[in-house]
Design a protein around this ligand. Structure first.
Ligand code: HMG
Ligand code: MG
Length: 298
């Protein structure tokens, strides 16, 4: 019934740090990403090349992306909103470009200062240039399960944005529960519709754990055939332009659950424990991950 293996996409250095009040120094970010690279994780989203005025926490994107020690076989991704960001990402030689937009009009506007229809041509150019440069492109659709401004989001909007992103040529679409409101039944309902249109292998789930439902949502996604999940070490994360959003599902908790179920990920939990300890000290507050707290007090 369960898959043999699952792919984990670590988004801690990007989603995890973008909303942190404490500025993590460039050297600490690099040291942390290097620890993640040594853990067996094969996909790490390391930073974002957005307008630094919008996300000051990641204003050192270029220094981070060019300062890390790349491990062969690991894909290093950066989030990019426009051509200016793409240029910076290419200069830093990242492997994969993640483009992003929302299924709800208001969050799209607040997050990237454009309407949904104004965003399509921008992302189309980004994906085309990325493919032409021989790099991979990934897409995010935010507010799939609810919007902090509009509440319920129509499945038709999710389908429309997803279809557009796939038509542009993205290799994978990550479905975002930006503010952590989804429940397992809703995940089933949404996936039932989307899996009729897009193959499970091209989908990833991106759950924030604001209300404690993320692991349950992952479990039903697994049952429905999705095997790629975004997570953030320690459970850090959140979008500053989504009020009330908190951390992503913790990589530590996800690994604890999957490994306990006999599902392999290729990731060494023990090595990540040190990486969680490291970032907890730098952030200066207790990380949300329950399994990390249990392991560190054991
Ligand atoms: P804007 O202000 O409309 O941009 O922002 P603009 O094109 O009018 O440019 C204004 C100024 O910014 C110009 O400088 C540009 O050069 C500069 P000036 O001429 O005034 O001196 N600029 C840039 N500088 C560096 N890099 C760039 C860049 N772009 C413009 N890339 C923009 C539009 C999209 C840029 C802005 O709204 C932005 O950066 N938004 C990003 C917000 C963000 O990062 N949110 C969090 C990530 S999304 C998320 O967390 C959700 C996700 O995790 C999935 C989920 O959970 O659902 C992915
Ligand atoms: Mg997110």
């Amino acid at each position: 019934k369960w898959p043999e293996g699952v792919t984990i996409k670590e988004v801690g250095p990007r989603d995890g740090l973008q909303n942190e009040k404490t500025f993590i120094s460039t050297d600490d970010k690099i040291a942390w990403i290097n620890q993640l690279s040594e853990s067996g994780l094969k996909h790490i989203e390391i930073t974002s090349f957005v307008n630094p005025k919008w996300i000051p926490a990641l204003s050192d994107a270029t220094a981070v992306a060019t300062g890390i020690t790349k491990v062969p076989g690991v894909t290093y991704t950066a989030l990019v909103p426009n051509l200016r960001g793409l240029e910076r990402a290419f200069q830093s030689n990242v492997d994969e470009i993640a483009v992003f937009m929302s299924a709800s009009e208001t969050h799209n506007q607040k997050n990237i200062n454009k309407s949904i229809d104004q965003t399509f041509p921008v992302l189309r150019d980004l994906v085309r240039e990325t493919i032409m440069a021989g790099k991979i492109s990934r897409g995010y659709v935010s507010t799939v399960f609810g919007c902090p401004y509009e509440g319920h989001v129509k499945i038709e909007s999710v389908i429309r944005v997803s279809e557009n992103l796939f038509e542009m040529g993205i290799a994978e679409l990550s479905l975002g529960d930006t503010i952590g409101v989804a429940n397992p039944k809703q995940v089933q309902d949404v996936l039932e519709v989307l899996l009729k249109r897009f193959p499970a292998d091209n989908l990833a789930m991106h759950f924030h754990d604001t209300r404690g439902t993320a692991l349950a949502n992952i479990l039903v996604s697994l049952e429905m055939g999705v095997t790629t999940f975004d997570s953030s070490l320690g459970g850090l994360g959140g979008c500053p332009y989504a009020p009330g959003a908190s951390g992503n599902v913790a990589t530590d908790d996800l690994l604890y659950m999957l490994h306990g179920m006999g599902i392999h990920t290729g990731v060494d939990q023990h090595k990540l424990l040190h990486a969680s300890q490291f970032i907890q000290e730098k952030i200066g507050r207790t990380l949300p991950s329950k399994s990390f707290q249990a392991a560190s007090s054991a």
